[in-house]
Design a protein around this ligand. Structure first.
Ligand code: ADE
Length: 238
């Protein structure tokens, strides 16, 4: 899988050298390239933003550097990777979910465009749409200073679903959101710690009962913390 990131803060992504994703890069499973948007400016101050047409607070990212950066990446990748997906992290986008992470993990090539300030000139999104599939994706209903942190979260969530990145694929099956519910609580040794005991059922060796207990814990947790994730109750017969 190839991932390109365009940003004015390339250093932000140095952490992707470590941990599981770092290993996936070394092993060639993920080909990750970070690009400095300012390399596509042509003035002394390497300007990437300007005041918004129509007035208002803040600055908007100018389209020219973005157009150049996108052209360079998409032209370079055209021969190797047929059908790229361009992602603009934005609080105005669709919500990023585990399902979206799964979809990203199936992509051959994703280009993440990290906006800053009040956003990117809308024509950049329109232009990207003329060259590739495009998704605007939000990490959640809050505003970040820019797309970098959102992209980091999306790469981590999607990257670990790419085959070969996580050592034991079973751990992906049993985690929060993989079946639409929150994860059950986990325990390890010792069986008693500071007066707190591991639920006895987990020490019983009864696999079916343990599975049933875990399922009940998932349902109870989800009902309590995230009831909107539960399927709707069937309507009562009149
Ligand atoms: N940029 C700023 N806020 C964001 C959010 N919530 N999600 C994705 N990108 C963003």
């Amino acid at each position: 899988m190839r991932i390109d990131i365009v940003t004015i803060f390339p250093d932000f992504f140095e952490v992707l050298d470590i941990s599981l994703l770092g290993k996936a890069r070394t092993r060639g499973i993920i080909d990750l390239r970070v690009h400095d948007l300012r390399d596509h400016t042509h003035d002394r101050h390497r300007t990437v933003d300007d005041t918004p047409y129509g007035g208002g607070a803040g600055m908007v990212m100018r389209p020219e550097p973005w157009g150049e950066a996108l052209d360079a990446i998409l032209d370079d990748a055209a021969s190797e990777h047929g059908d790229p997906l361009v992602v603009f992290p934005s609080p105005a986008g669709e919500l990023f979910t585990q399902a979206a992470a799964g979809e990203f993990a199936l992509e051959e090539h994703i280009v993440f465009c990290c906006g800053r300030y009040e956003g990117i000139d809308q024509r950049v999104v329109d232009y990207a749409q003329s060259r590739a599939r495009v998704r605007l994706v939000s990490l959640g209903d809050y505003v970040l200073n820019g797309g970098e942190v959102a992209v980091m979260a999306m790469i981590e969530a999607a990257g670990r679903l790419v085959p070969g990145v996580v050592g034991n694929p079973q751990s992906l099956v049993e985690e929060s959101h993989s079946d639409g519910l929150l994860e059950y609580p986990s325990y390890t040794k010792p069986a008693e710690w500071r007066g707190l005991e591991v639920p006895p059922i987990l020490l019983s060796g009864h696999h079916a009962q343990i599975a049933a207990w875990r399922r009940e814990q998932q349902l109870e947790r989800t009902r309590r913390v995230r009831p909107e994730l539960l399927p709707p109750e069937p309507a009562e017969e009149a």
